[in-house]
Design a binder for this molecule. Structure first.
Ligand code: PMP
Length: 388
């Protein structure tokens, strides 16, 4: 009698529950914003990647509606077949202009941009050196590429250099991959040193600017701009779904890199082109960012205000080092983190608990937005103060 091949799924779910690792969705019933309606309760929103508050901006919504009216709801095919519209190209040019690169190509998500770029750039005869805290899309892109993958300790440039000395000559190509802003910690990669090491060891460097685009640098171009590395040779990936308030991903870099990806990145070639609405919204977001650089100043001011209040009023809480809008309070266990998130929620604050296996240590993850008012930040700190 054959055994049921699916019973392991129930068992696995039980294990996930027992470890307090079970995840479920929470429903928002309103437009994105600094406050949202979360399952019937008005909460102050510290859980969103909408750093500049653009996802609910009238200009983005109007652009998306106009694009739907002109081009329809779907793009109907892949870019190389029937899916390409002039809007896609305009968005790519706007991204290249923001990043000051020769060209850019858009993908249907940031995740797919990472999968596509990494699998196109390296294969079986190559080496990937990957920061241990990299986002899932970088890690899975690395596995999918078939290259040898070595993880180096988080932001440890000495350990990375040792690997380059020992391993580089054994492989055809080498690709160093890293988040620029680490998504679950909020700290920055040591970009200038990584670029120097990449040059010294004839290696390519790919940085994921998902949480830095529209956030860091004078014009919001990202970590590359923040560190004064604009114009240096590297591969920049990002998303249109966080500070740019829409959906989609991109790769920006040299004209030949982008041309190559259009011919070799499977997650670009074999998927339907980004919808007209998402494309138009992202384009409107870049224009808005360029017209309203004060949003970046406001975001910076809010981050500094929250950090200062935490240092002054909550000295016993462990705030992980961060230069970004992602501020994490480290807690002792998944249960403590879940309990803290619940107490915050009861106080009208939406800030999620992030637990293993997503991160090594449990934490409350706070995302600051340009559209938070000082009173929102003060209420968060008061609620954190009351957590038992
Ligand atoms: N890279 C990083 C660092 C991210 O945090 C995310 C989103 N969580 C992605 C890539 C994927 O981007 P997208 O949501 O556009 O697929």
């Amino acid at each position: 009698m054959p055994t049921d091949p699916y019973t392991w799924i129930e068992k696995s779910l039980t294990t996930i529950h027992r470890a307090d690792w079970y995840r479920s969705v929470q429903t928002i019933h309103s437009r994105p914003g600094a406050t949202v309606l979360l399952t019937g309760q008005e909460v102050i929103n510290f859980a969103s990647n909408d750093y500049l508050g653009l996802a609910g901006d009238e200009r983005l919504m109007t652009a998306a509606i106009a694009a739907i009216q002109e081009f329809g709801a779907g793009s109907t095919g892949s870019r190389l077949l029937s899916g390409h519209r002039e809007l896609h190209r305009k968005l790519e040019q706007a991204i290249a202009s923001l990043k000051q690169t020769e060209d850019a190509v858009i993908f249907s998500s940031g995740y797919l941009a990472n999968l596509g770029a990494i699998t196109a750039l390296v294969g079986k005869r190559d080496l990937i050196l990957s920061d241990q805290y990299n986002h899932s899309s970088l890690k899975n892109g690395a596995i999918l590429s078939g290259a040898a993958v070595i993880e180096y300790p988080h932001c440890d440039v000495a350990a990375l250099k040792t690997q380059l000395i020992q391993q580089r000559q054994n492989y055809r190509r080498c690709l160093i991959i890293t988040d620029s802003v680490f998504s679950m910690d909020g700290d920055l990669c040591p970009l200038p040193t990584l670029l120097d090491l990449a040059d010294e060891f004839s290696s390519m460097l790919l940085v994921d600017e998902a949480h830095a685009t529209g956030v860091l640098g004078k014009t919001g171009a990202g970590c590359v701009e923040y560190f004064g590395c604009t114009g240096r040779q590297l591969i920049q990936i990002g998303t249109l779904s966080k500070a740019l308030g829409s959906l989609g991903g991109y790769v920006a870099g040299s004209a030949s890199l982008i041309d190559f990806l259009r011919n070799r990145a499977p997650s670009w070639i074999y998927t339907t082109a980004l919808s007209p609405a998402d494309t138009a919204a992202a384009l409107a977001a870049i224009r808005t960012l360029q017209q309203e650089p004060q949003r970046l100043t406001k975001l910076r001011r809010n981050i500094d205000y929250l950090k200062n209040l935490i240092h002054e009023q909550l000295p016993n809480l462990k705030l992980l080092p961060s230069e970004s809008p992602i501020l994490c309070l480290q807690l002792t266990s998944a249960t403590v983190a879940l309990n803290a998130a619940k107490q915050l929620r009861d106080a009208g604050i939406f800030a999620p608990a992030i637990r293993p296996p997503t991160v090594p240590t449990s934490r409350i993850r706070i995302s600051v937005m340009a559209t938070h008012q000082p009173v929102h930040i003060e209420k968060l700190v008061a609620a954190l103060n009351n957590i038992s």
